[in-house]
Every structure is written in C-alpha cells, then in structure tokens.
Design a binder for this molecule. Structure first.
Ligand SMILES: [Zn+2]
Length: 130
C-alpha cells in the first residue's frame, strides 16, 4: 500500500525532525545513559498522531537496542537506570522506568531501585500505558 508507506515515511521524517530540539534538551547526550554513540530520536509510546518532543527521547545505539529487543544482555551496563529513573524529562523517565522493570525481573538492585521510586499518578499512568 503506497499510501501506508508514504505515511510511515512522513512520520519517520517528522520524528527525525525532533532531533534538533531534543539534542538541545539533552545536550547532545543519550537521555538515558548519557552516552553519545549514534544518537537518534526514539519515540516513547503512547504517541499521538503527530510526533511530539514530550513523547520522544534522544537515545544512543545501545539504549535503543535494549528498549527494542526482547532480551537484555548486559544488565550491569544498565545501572545508569538508577539515576535515569529520576529524570526530570518525562519521556526519559518513562523509558527508564519501563526498562528498569524488565531488569528487575532478574536483578535485586533494580528491584530495590524501583522500591525507592515515587511517581505521581500521571507519571504512573504514563509508565503503565503502552
Ligand atoms: Zn544510552
């Protein structure tokens, strides 16, 4: 379906166009681990029809892979989530808490971090919504 593909391409373009503002917000660092390898815009669901900075983060290659993949390989690398889960950037906090929940299935430190986390109702609902 040409139309579907065109719409998909248009959306990818609009998402990429957020990069400039997100780079400024994030000081050109990954908004989760502060790495700087191959930074790209990644949407954080739920997303609206039009891509929005409030539902997107700037993320490095490793973080994008962890978010997208079913299996997490390097759990020790993910210790930065203990800091990232307190991010004042809402979509970064949402992405960090979701990833941390997956780590918590296997790691005590992640369970303890989540036990110490407090989210207001709105953030809780955002984290739970996918
Ligand atoms: Zn990263």
């Amino acid at each position: 379906m040409a139309r579907g593909r065109d719409a998909h391409q248009a959306r990818l373009g609009a998402v990429a166009a957020l990069g400039k503002n997100l780079s400024r917000r994030a000081s050109s660092r990954c908004e989760l681990c502060e790495g700087d390898e191959d930074l790209r815009v990644m949407e954080v669901p739920p997303v609206d029809e039009d891509p929005d900075e409030d539902a997107a983060i700037l993320a490095c290659r490793l973080c994008r892979e962890d978010i997208d993949s079913k299996k997490l390989y390097d759990l020790a690398r993910l210790r930065f989530l203990e800091t990232a889960m307190w991010s004042e950037t809402a979509p970064a906090q949402v992405a960090a808490v979701r990833l941390l929940r997956r780590v918590a299935e296997r790691e005590d430190w992640a369970r303890e971090a989540l036990d110490g986390l407090w989210l207001d109702e709105d953030m809780q609902a955002r984290v739970d919504a996918t």
